[in-house]
Write a protein that binds this ligand. Structure first.
Ligand code: PLP
Length: 373
């Protein structure tokens, strides 16, 4: 079976974990601080705060921005449930806005209509490793004085490419890039399927000193000084064992991302003539946490691929507004998200795919494409 995801751990991670075990400092210690420094540098922000997972990173980021009961946060209905859950966990209300079918991300053209006097923040998700349209989102946030909290849980190292139109530069061909997680306050996940892992882990990135200080307290029961508690908080801290793995993975992340990009380019070239498959829109900033095609008869195709030994992923079969746990939203309609939820199919793109694996995936999809004619 060619798996949809395969964490790549080596001797370096094993050695680093053993060092932590030998040190006897298993909870927060030197390794967490080192990871925070290295990750902040990598993203290009002043602060990074490591957490126990991506969900707790999102929750603490929202709380650090004082999101609470009565507030509305605009986000996408096409994401992992944690995006909306963490908004609800603050007592705030997620307000969904439909997505663009080409990028799978929130459609910035629809955001303004969803803004009300209660709107406090926008939470774009950089789904599958592709940056949401951050120029337009930041412009709207500025205009309406809104906070931006980026769900970058799937987008370690992804860059938003600002085109001429958005940078308004006089040099026609100039483009600028900026890493996701550095526009507003970012949250990342280090779950094992992600572009880099540390088992379970997460991290918040921000340039704002006050937000960083507050987030740091929220993840430690509201305390700065041990056993002195200023407000409600949680134990959302990362362990030194996890951070030791994360540090080694971060060093390898550029290589992992390059391999993902190369695999995606290969599929893009080899699958481009298949008339029944819609390929993702790709750009240089995309880090391909997933390579997601759109196809009719998705579930049949999935079965066929599974039978051939190719594992696929359906991220996500049910948009958030149609989930039972969000029953008060079930009557709402987001046609693009609903359509994509029926058509999206992620195929393996991880860095450990061999040439043979990729050829086999292309051959199998080509056969399936003919059978769909
Ligand atoms: C878009 C998105 N948001 C949030 C999360 C939550 O991260 P974690 O699983 O580390 O809690 C994930 C992880 O799958 C995710 O993909």
């Amino acid at each position: 079976m060619i798996p949809i995801a395969k964490p790549w751990l080596g001797e370096e991670e094993k050695k680093a974990v053993l060092q932590v075990l030998d040190s006897g400092m298993l909870a927060q210690g030197k390794k967490v601080a080192e990871l925070e420094k290295a990750f902040a540098e990598f993203i290009g922000v002043k602060h990074a705060i490591a957490t126990s997972n991506g969900t707790t990173a999102l929750h603490a980021a929202l709380l650090a921005h004082n999101i609470s009961t009565g507030d509305e946060v605009i986000t996408t209905p096409f994401s992992f449930i944690a995006t909306a859950n963490t908004i609800s966990m603050c007592g705030a209300k997620p307000v969904f806005v439909d997505i663009e079918k080409e990028s799978f991300n929130i459609d910035p053209e629809l955001i303004e209509k969803a803004i009300t006097p209660k709107t406090k923040a926008i939470m774009p998700v950089h789904l599958y490793g592709k940056a949401a349209n951050m120029s337009k989102i930041m412009e709207l946030a500025k205009k309406h004085n809104l906070i931006v909290i980026e769900d970058a849980c799937q987008a370690h190292g992804a860059e938003f490419i600002k085109t001429n139109e958005t940078t308004k530069t006089s040099e026609a061909s100039k483009t600028e890039t900026q890493k996701v997680g550095s526009f507003g306050t970012g949250s990342f996940s280090f779950y094992p399927t992600k572009n880099m892992t540390c088992g379970e882990g997460g991290i918040i990135t921000t340039n704002e000193d006050i937000v960083a200080a507050k987030a740091r307290k929220i993840i430690a029961h509201g305390s700065e000084k041990r056993y002195y508690h200023d407000h409600l908080g949680y134990n959302y801290r990362m362990t030194d064992i996890a951070a030791a793995i994360g540090l080694e993975q971060l060093k390898k992340l550029p290589r992992f991302n390059d391999a993902r990009k190369n695999n995606a380019r290969y599929f893009q070239e080899k699958l481009s003539s298949l008339t029944n498959i819609i390929l993702p829109k790709i750009d240089e900033g995309h880090v391909f946490h997933q390579y997601t095609i759109r196809i009719k008869n998705r579930d049949k195709v999935l079965e066929h691929l599974t039978a051939k030994g190719i594992q696929t992923g359906v991220f996500y079969p049910v948009p958030i507004h149609q989930q039972k746990s969000f029953s008060e939203y079930n009557q709402q309609s987001f046609p693009v998200a609903e359509k994509i939820a029926k058509e999206a199919l992620s195929i393996p793109v991880h860095p450990q795919l061999s040439e043979e694996d990729k050829e086999f995936i292309v051959r199998t999809l080509t056969e399936i494409n003919h059978s769909l004619n």
